[in-house]
Ligand binder design. Structure first.
Ligand code: SF4
Ligand code: SF4
Length: 344
């Protein structure tokens, strides 16, 4: 991978040049929180942010997306959607890039999704390093560093950003800015390593994921799940903010009085009471405890069995979003620490 450096005082100019690669979106402050949105001017961008309310997932898997329209005489046709719209997401954290790599396993793997794949192709990603806060545990989930899934990735080394070039498009961005980027010196490498080590030590939360799927296997009947079910409101906030939750529902919206309509997919959540409701009225996960248990099992055990790693990246969003303070780190610690009374 090519590694260069960009002087920090040239970032504004670089940002103006990358506009030729697509509409630039970046984290913007809104009521004391951060959201990814289209910039009207570069000065709106906040690159030193903790986390955005919704992850970049919203660009690749929109909350509501028309998949086809049907009209008499035309049959089913693809809507004139925005999948070919070129965007540049500026300032994506490593955990969120990692989460997109996880979504790639689902939407660009065995069952490729053309809508997701088109967006992945047309949306450039410029990552930026971050400082962990009291809700981050991406180090534990091995998602505090990414080596693919982005076009450029910036790491603060003082007066410069050390820049990893992750794709041919990233290389084009570097070339378009001509002499802006510089060669990395041995002192830059030392500074990068010093800061990388300091970041590693700065995490306040730790989750031991070794043998976690096996612990889930053994704790299937734990009282923890009933306790969580008694607290959970089934609001679905944890799924909405999660960068790796991808469940969706399909709906047909017919135009009254005609034979035309639109089929769209909408974000769904396994926490919703209707998620496992099937024709005939059977509900496979009727209780709240069974639903929250399913969410944990899918992320920490089922996904590992299918793809070899948990689907949680440790971004901490679900901890921040839960109205009743259900904390994934505390749940995982409690599962590991539970002791069972001797029966003999
Ligand atoms: S489960 Fe929670 S911490 Fe893990 S990726 Fe999803 S929102 Fe982030
Ligand atoms: S955010 Fe909290 S209360 Fe809402 S569904 Fe998730 S765990 Fe339950």
């Amino acid at each position: 991978m090519k590694i260069l450096k960009l002087p920090k005082d040239k970032l504004d100019y670089f940002a103006s040049v990358v506009q030729q690669f697509g509409e630039v979106h970046a984290p913007v402050e809104q009521d004391g929180k951060y959201v990814f949105k289209r910039l009207t001017r570069w000065s709106e961008a906040r690159l030193a942010y903790d986390r955005t309310i919704l992850p970049p997932k919203k660009y690749f898997l929109p909350p509501k997306e028309p998949l086809l329209v049907y009209r008499p005489g035309e049959g089913y046709v693809a809507p004139a959607g925005d999948v070919q719209h070129r965007l540049v997401l500026f300032g994506v954290h490593a955990c969120d890039v990692y989460a997109l790599n996880i979504l790639d396993l689902v939407f660009a793997g065995k069952y490729p999704d053309p809508y997701y794949q088109a967006r992945r192709k047309n949306i450039a990603i410029i990552g930026i390093d971050c400082v962990p806060d009291g809700k981050c545990f991406c180090r534990s989930m091995r998602a505090d560093f990414v080596d693919h899934g982005f076009d450029l990735f910036f790491c603060d080394i003082g007066g410069h950003y050390l820049t990893f070039v992750g794709s041919a498009l990233g290389d084009d961005m570097v070339l378009a800015t001509e002499t802006l980027f510089e060669t990395v010196s041995p002192a830059d490498i030392d500074e990068y390593k010093r800061r990388s080590g300091a970041k590693h030590e700065a995490f306040q939360l730790d989750v031991e994921i070794r043998d976690l799927p096996e612990i889930f296997e053994m704790e299937y009947g734990s009282a923890i799940w009933d306790d969580l079910g008694a607290q959970c409101l089934s609001c679905g906030s944890c799924s909405a903010v999660c960068p790796t939750c991808y469940c969706f529902d399909m709906n047909d919206e017919a135009v009254l009085g005609s034979r035309a309509g639109t089929r769209s997919r909408n974000w769904d959540s396994c926490l919703f009471s209707t998620h496992a409701l099937v024709a005939g009225g059977e509900n496979f996960r009727e209780s709240r405890s069974s639903r929250i248990k399913f969410r944990f099992y899918h992320k920490q055990r089922g996904f590992v069995a299918e793809y070899g790693r948990p689907s949680c990246v440790g971004c901490g969003r679900c901890i921040t979003a839960c109205p009743v303070d259900i904390d994934i780190v505390e749940v995982l610690a409690a599962l590991r620490e539970t002791r069972h009374a001797a029966t003999h």
